[in-house]
Each structure stands twice: as structure tokens, then as C-alpha cells.
Design a protein around this ligand. Structure first.
Ligand SMILES: [Zn+2]
Length: 155
């Protein structure tokens, strides 16, 4: 029943039959109900302010989306830069650590050579320290054993 009435009304609009309770849409000029706030053909507001404020709201929304996107991209770029700087800093810290390890190895070798020299010159404390190195597992063990052998078999 209701749909039949709507069909009849549509036909009368299309045929531009002017019924007393109808008016022309301000945008598409199709006939719409006199009290309609929104055109059922083009969906535009019949009130000037609603029509233009509606458009403005859409433009403002689009601008805000663009600004938000730009800000997001800028933030992401900054994050990438920070991440890159962090990676470089970590790499530099690893280099420093490797250099420190190397320096400690060199320091140990210098101390061991000093110990060999002192032990060879009959320094008792150095000889016992060398003996400790000869009987424990360490990287100087072989050299320590050889030097002790040389000292005790020296004529
Ligand atoms: Zn319209």
C-alpha cells in the first residue's frame, strides 16, 4: 500500500505535475516535498547554511586527513632516522668493546713478557708466579713451562 503510493508520487514528480505540497530542489530542480530538508534525488540540503556548511565540513575533514597523514609520515621518518642513529651507536659501541678486548690481550702479553724477564733474572716472586701459570690452564701455559725449563736447566 505504502510502496504503491510512493510509486504514484514518483511518477507525478517525473512528469513535472505540480502538486500543491511540492517544490523544486534548489540544486537539481527536481520536484520534492515542500517540507523536505534534503532532496531525495541529489541528496543536497535545501537550507543554504546546511548545504554549504556540509561541504565545508567535508573539505575540513579532507584537510585534516591530509595534515594527519603528513604528520604521520614525518613522525615515521623521524623514527627511521632515530633507529638508524641507534644502529650506528650500537655498532660504534661494539667497535669500542672489541678494541678494549684487543687492548687487554696486548696488556696481558706485555705483563707476561715482563714476568718472563724478571723470572729469568732470578726474581723469586716472578718465578713462582710463572710456575703458577705453567701448572694451570691458560694461554701462557706453554710459554711459562718452556721458560721454567730453560731457567732450571741453565748451567
Ligand atoms: Zn535535488
Amino acid at each position: 500500500m505504502k510502496s504503491k503510493n510512493q510509486k504514484q508520487m514518483t511518477e507525478s514528480k517525473d512528469n513535472k505535475v505540480n502538486i500543491g505540497n511540492q517544490k523544486d530542489c534548489k540544486c537539481c530542480f527536481q520536484q520534492i516535498h515542500i517540507s523536505a530538508k534534503v532532496c531525495n534525488h541529489c541528496s543536497r540540503h535545501q537550507n543554504f547554511w546546511a548545504r554549504h556548511f556540509g561541504d565545508t565540513a567535508i573539505v575540513v575533514s579532507i584537510v585534516m586527513v591530509i595534515l594527519a597523514t603528513a604528520q604521520f609520515l614525518d613522525t615515521r621518518k623521524k623514527n627511521i632516522d632515530a633507529s638508524s642513529a641507534l644502529t650506528k651507536a650500537k655498532s660504534a659501541a661494539e667497535d669500542v668493546n672489541e678494541i678494549r678486548i684487543e687492548a687487554n690481550i696486548i696488556k696481558d702479553e706485555i705483563n707476561f713478557n715482563l714476568l718472563l724477564t724478571k723470572a729469568s733474572n732470578y726474581d723469586r716472586a716472578s718465578f713462582f708466579r710463572l710456575h703458577d701459570l705453567a701448572i694451570t690452564d691458560n694461554r701462557f701455559q706453554k710459554d711459562a713451562k718452556q721458560t721454567i725449563e730453560q731457567i732450571i736447566t741453565r748451567p
